[in-house]
Design a protein around this ligand. Sequence first.
Ligand SMILES: Nc1ncnc2c1ncn2[C@@H]1O[C@H](COP(=O)(O)OP(=O)(O)O)[C@@H](O)[C@H]1O
Ligand SMILES: [Mg+2]
Length: 308
Amino acid sequence: MPAIIAVEGLSKTYAGGFQALKSVDLTIERGEIFALLGPNGAGKTTLIGIVCGLVTPTAGRVTVDGHDIHRDYRAARATIGLVPQELHTDMFETVWSTVTFSRGLFGKPRNPQFIEQVLRDLSLWDKRDAKIMTLSGGMKRRVMIAKALSHEPRVLFLDEPTAGVDVELRRSMWEVVRRLRERGVTIILTTHYIEEAEEMADRIGVISRGEIVVVEEKASLIEKLGKKQLILQLREPLAAVPPELADEKLELSGDGTVLTYTFNAQDEHAGIATLLRRLSEHGLDFRDLQTRQSSLEEIFVSLVGGRP
Ligand SMILES: Nc1ncnc2c1ncn2[C@@H]1O[C@H](COP(=O)(O)OP(=O)(O)O)[C@@H](O)[C@H]1O
Ligand SMILES: [Mg+2]
């Protein structure tokens, strides 16, 4: 089956001349949770805005479930639910009427059973007659999701779903997202929280300064781009790394008791075996050995250099 979303050569230059997206290519597979991870200002909201028809691209092409977002806008848009970064909804309406109204905006016939199911899934059923202004922040966010799901979209965009929310609410949002995926909804979430991408995503795309830097399965992102370290606790302190071992990527701690070997996760086996043999040839003995894998956080910083 073709990808549910295909983005090709997408660029956006805003009226002031700022180029927010630079020829982005991206495909989203059906049924996955895809995290678009990038610092503030990287272009995440711009990318979502274009796919959802809110921002006009300068160049490029996007299809949603085979529908071109430009030529076949209504069909493309009907496939998508969007939970925007900024929460805005009518505070004086009830949960039920807000969500029902959203469905109507898409020209969908009334379906109270479906709305009930959405509200139950989001633990909002008990609050269906409450005015939105009376709800907690977490419930308001879930109302935004219910609105976005009201017209039965197959793809849900969540733009920074947990920005500025507390840890408990963040975890409950993650649960909500997982349940939606179990129901077959494809999820694209943007985040600048590495932990969120690490926790939630099947695949991660890293965006920086308008460019997609990498797209990978979460596990292989860490595997491919991560550095590993072998940490050896030496039996006898060393004054310096022996000159014969200068070609190895070895670092000695200040007190001479810990030797650290850094290597790429991919070429570990040959490297370690050789290193250990060479160490023993030079009479270096160790009493303990640990390995350490760089975290997604370290990989992210190395990719985006801490700048947007
Ligand atoms: N309407 C706009 N006009 C001009 N510049 C904009 C506009 N919207 C966003 N930008 C700029 O485009 C860049 C990307 O913004 P955005 O897509 O919101 O990033 P993100 O969502 O990753 O934080 C930022 O530098 C932002 O200031
Ligand atoms: Mg944004």
